[in-house]
Design a binder for this molecule. Structure first.
Ligand SMILES: O=C(O)c1ccccc1NCC(=O)[C@H](O)[C@H](O)COP(=O)(O)O
Length: 247
């Protein structure tokens, strides 16, 4: 059982636990996100993970053709994140599959993953890395799920919100850590806290700055703090061309 949760998080995790298993056969190889971020760094390109997101609890909503978005982003982004949570983000497993079918770069399954069956589905649909949120899992569950994700040669993006989360992520052996500036309960963004946390993390983990990024200046500030990659959803959904300035 995941951690004790309240409000929309309790709801979202309960829905995750009931999610059906997708048994389709995987149609693409695994694309390694850590290797691709390192390759971008060697070539002095900022690593942007471009997210396809239609809706969110903080009030975001956008239309958009997932296939056209993914094909465009494939030319600039280090990877593509696809929201697959249904109730609050209006995502779906079909979205993940349709994007996986048209791009040859790493794809993140962005969901509230609490079970091995969700990881199985993500692998079968074509994901290369899977989000695991420290705040919704017990330490033992997180450790087990990281190992399970890696047993498919996928990677886990382990998301943290504060120092306690970061300590847990490190104890569990996370190599790719997402620093989310958005508080999961209040939904408020705090970039100062995010930068401090990134700066406090060990050098040898790959650090992904998540949420609320809207400008190249913000990217440079986060980079100065130690961020290696930048996950951007809302802003790029509205202005996809801006990725050319961000990289
Ligand atoms: O996007 C939200 O409102 C949200 C609320 C609560 C939990 C998670 C949420 N989003 C998931 C994400 O982490 C973001 O979609 C991702 O970091 C991109 O953020 P943004 O660029 O601000 O859309």
């Amino acid at each position: 059982m995941p951690r004790y949760l309240q409000g929309w998080l309790k709801d979202v995790v309960e829905n995750s636990m009931k999610r059906g298993y997708i048994s389709t056969e995987r149609r693409r190889p695994i694309y390694n996100i850590i290797e691709r971020i390192m390759e971008f760094q060697r070539n002095n390109i900022n690593s942007i993970i471009a997210e396809f997101k239609r809706n969110s609890p903080s009030g975001f909503s956008a239309e958009g053709d997932p296939v056209a978005y993914a094909k465009f982003m494939r030319n600039y982004a280090v990877g593509i994140s696809v929201l697959t949570e249904e109730k609050f983000f209006k995502g779906s497993y079909d979205l993940l599959r349709s994007i996986a079918d048209v791009v040859d770069i790493p794809i993140l399954m962005k969901d509230f993953v609490v079970s091995e069956s969700q990881v199985d589905s993500g692998y079968n649909l074509g994901a290369d890395f899977v989000l695991l949120i420290v705040r919704v899992l017990t330490e033992r569950e997180l450790e087990g799920l990281i190992e399970y994700v890696r047993s498919f040669k996928m990677e886990a993006l382990v998301e943290v919100h504060d120092k306690d989360d970061l300590d847990i992520a490190l104890r569990c052996g996370a190599k790719l850590i997402g620093f989310n500036s958005r508080n999961l309960v209040t939904l408020e963004i705090d970039h100062d806290k995010q930068r401090e946390l990134i700066a406090s993390a060990p050098k040898d983990v790959i650090k992904v700055a998540e949420s609320g990024i809207q400008s190249r200046d913000q990217i440079l500030e986060l980079k100065k703090a130690g961020a290696d990659a930048f996950l951007i959803g809302s802003f790029l959904m509205r202005e996809p061309e801006k990725i050319k300035e961000f990289i």
